[in-house]
Design a binder for this molecule. Structure first.
Ligand SMILES: Cc1cc2nc3c(=O)[nH]c(=O)nc-3n(C[C@H](O)[C@H](O)[C@H](O)COP(=O)(O)OP(=O)(O)OC[C@H]3O[C@@H](n4cnc5c(N)ncnc54)[C@H](O)[C@@H]3O)c2cc1C
Length: 352
């Protein structure tokens, strides 16, 4: 029997960053991850953006979590000798005169200077931007698959990783420990993203999963280094590749790509993109979105050594570093979790 402080199930963004922070804190960790199933982290655009939507809404906790994850990702890049953190402005060309006026009014009214700067008309030749637009600063994207692979290598070197599908029936929970096959640990933390729906301990949490698809395009004549977003986004990946996305579908939750999604994304992109492109790949994923749009962290209502880190929704890249650290302090020092993130808010939904 091998002994650990923590067993973590799942190595998407949630399990990766929590596992990493626990190992850094000197804890013995075993990450069990099924590498054979599709995951949300594998197809994420990876965008972080403090100001989003039609009404320039500020991302929840932006002033706290954005500086936190910047320091975190830069230090993780150094430690893993990989480059996955790409900070760049996000350009939103005005779609029409009405939107230009609306955005300018909101920028004035809500004092968004810290995160927004105005861009003059016709800054770029590859896209339609004759009215100008906005830059969201402090934005960018994380190459999530690369980050996860770098952390997997680190876990493997630390003998903290096993590629295995977790079998819930093989888990034995007592007051003082959990035992799973030949692993014994003080605590177990479930981080399975959308697959939590198959987890008998946490399938009662109110998820509202959203399927999404993205496209990879080759664009030899495109030289914009900023992310562009006008109802749909273009992320420059380098080497003449860009990612286009994404769609939101709540009623057909499978991992298959569809011609309809491809058409939706290309139609929206063609409205502002003037450069030719060739679509080379299409990917689908299911976001672990929640009904109240806040993450799920905390302790199982009936088992004191069973925990969850999930519900990162559409913002895994921005939320995961900060909330992995919050969960660590909760596990190790009994520090209270933010009530909006603590699954205690849904304990009334649980029945034995
Ligand atoms: C199309 C699309 C675009 C997106 N764009 C962005 C974006 O621009 N910015 C952003 O921040 N977020 C984005 N997201 C959201 C982001 O992908 C998620 O927030 C994040 O990846 C969730 O991570 P996770 O670790 O919770 O889940 P996942 O990435 O799904 O990881 C779960 C892990 O658990 C493992 N697992 C599950 N069940 C078991 C089991 N029984 N045994 C062992 N292992 C198991 C899986 O193999 C997987 O590795 C996007 C998502 C989609 C689908």
């Amino acid at each position: 029997m091998q002994s650990f402080d923590y067993i973590i199930v799942g190595q998407g963004i949630a399990g990766s960053l929590l596992g990493y922070q626990l190992i850094k804190a000197g804890r013995r960790v075993m990450v069990l991850n099924d590498e054979s199933i599709p995951t949300s982290s594998a197809v994420a655009g990876g965008i972080f953006n403090p100001i989003t939507g039609k009404n320039l809404d500020k991302t929840w906790l932006a002033d706290t979590i954005f500086p936190y994850f910047k320091t975190f990702y830069l230090s993780l890049e150094k430690e893993t000798h990989s480059h996955f953190y790409h900070e760049t402005n996000l350009f939103r060309p005005y779609a029409n005169e009405q939107q230009r006026k609306h955005f300018l009014r909101l920028t004035d009214e809500f004092d968004l200077d810290k995160y927004i700067s105005l861009v003059k008309p016709d800054r770029y030749s590859e896209i339609e931007n004759h009215l100008g637009g906005l830059y969201t600063t402090s934005a960018g994207w994380v190459d999530v698959p690369l980050m996860i692979e770098s952390l997997r290598q680190l876990f493997i070197q630390s003998e903290a990783y096993k590629a295995e599908r977790f079998d819930y029936k093989a888990l034995d929970i007592s007051d003082t420990q959990v035992v799973y096959k030949n692993f014994q640990a003080s605590k177990i933390i479930f981080c399975e993203g959308y697959y939590a729906s198959q987890n008998p301990y946490f399938n009662w949490l109110p998820f509202n999963p959203a399927k999404g698809e993205t496209l990879i395009a080759t664009m030899p004549d495109y030289s914009i280094t900023e992310i562009v977003n006008q109802g749909t986004w273009i992320i420059p990946l380098g080497s003449e590749q860009c990612r286009f996305g994404s769609t939101y579908v709540w009623n057909s939750l499978d991992w298959q790509t569809t011609p309809e999604s491809k058409e939706t994304i290309t139609e929206k992109t063609d409205k502002f993109l003037k450069t030719s492109y060739t679509i080379t790949h299409q990917q689908a994923g299911i976001r672990p979105t929640t009904k109240d749009r806040r993450p799920f962290l905390g302790n199982h209502p009936a088992y004191s050594n069973v925990f969850v880190f999930n519900g990162l929704g559409t913002k895994g890249v921005s939320l995961a570093p900060y909330f992995a650290s919050e969960l660590l302090f909760f596990l190790e020092n009994d520090k209270d979790l933010l009530p909006e993130s603590n699954i205690r808010r849904f304990y009334s939904l649980y029945s034995l």
